[in-house]
Design a protein around this ligand. Structure first.
Ligand code: NAP
Length: 249
């Protein structure tokens, strides 16, 4: 039976790229999505075309009941879990913090932080040898924003990613003796749809990409390669790392 990777936010961007590369490397994949069922179905079709199994599961990771249901539906589909890619994330429209609507603050914390923490707990309950599991790997998708801070634009988003880094450091130590490795990737400017949600002028990715020391934005595939490697046995002694995938940004 193939190893199973559950990817939150697997229908587009970095999550979708991770699903495709995971299938290439022999993983079966759970593709979680929030709204975009067509995109999720097309990722499932690509995984199947690569000869692996996949299911699409709708669940809003900003809703605790949905996070629990995502994992039980994944159990029903595959009966095992070997890797959890904690990728679902949102941004608010760019603004200073003192102009931020409290409802938008609550939503970004619910999706990017509470949902991510709950997802880790569900994954540990399934993979930890303390719970009868076989061990596994968790990769949390953070951001360089966690160390840059996002001043003037998205301090709220940066703070959620700072929380993801702390989650990674603490949980990695908590479950290292139970067969689970926990790492984070910190992408820089990556060419995905998420930039359209910031309310910035068109051409944001190219404009910002030119300011990166590597002189370009990264691709979703470049982040996905790192994630899939972190999930693999080739990374068997890598845990608690916060891996920059940022062209030196
Ligand atoms: P994206 O292209 O906007 O894709 C977001 C994915 O997450 C979609 O599959 C979306 O599902 C899903 N999603 C959004 N909200 C969700 C929710 N509440 N519940 C479940 N799924 C949800 O974004 P991306 O750029 O690939 O970002 C992925 C991760 O990378 C995020 O955590 C982001 O913060 C991080 N990141 C991105 C960049 C960058 O420059 N792109 C840089 C640093 C970090 P639907 O298709 O259903 O909407």
């Amino acid at each position: 039976m193939g190893k199973v990777m559950l990817i939150s936010g697997g229908s587009r961007g970095i999550g979708a790229a991770t699903a495709r590369l995971a299938a290439r490397d022999g993983w079966d994949v759970v593709v979680n999505y929030a709204r975009n069922q067509d995109a999720a179905r097309s990722v499932v079709a690509e995984v199947e075309a690569a000869g692996r199994k996949a299911v699409a599961i709708q669940a809003d990771t900003g809703n605790p009941e949905d996070v629990a249901r995502l994992f039980t539906e994944s159990d029903a589909a595959f009966g095992r879990l070997d890797a959890f890619v904690n990728n679902a994330g949102i941004v608010n429209r760019m603004s200073r913090l003192d102009a931020r609507d409290p409802a938008d603050l609550q939503r970004i914390i619910a999706v990017n932080l509470t949902g991510a923490i709950l997802g880790c707990a569900e994954a540990v309950r399934r993979m930890s040898t303390n719970h009868g599991g076989n061990g596994g790997s968790i990769v949390n998708v953070s951001s360089v924003a966690s160390r840059l801070g996002g001043a003037g634009n998205y301090v709220d988003y940066a703070a959620t990613k700072g929380g993801i880094d702390s989650l990674t450091i603490g949980l990695a130590q908590e479950v290292a003796g139970e067969g689970i490795r926990v790492n984070a990737v910190r992408p820089g400017v990556i060419d995905t749809d998420i930039h359209n949600d910031l309310g910035d002028a068109p051409g944001r990715v190219a404009r910002l990409g030119a300011t990166v020391p590597a002189k370009r934005a990264g691709t979703a595939d470049e982040v996905a390669e790192t994630i899939v490697w972190l999930c693999s046995d080739a990374a068997s002694y890598v845990s608690m790392s916060l891996m920059e995938v940022s062209g030196a940004r």
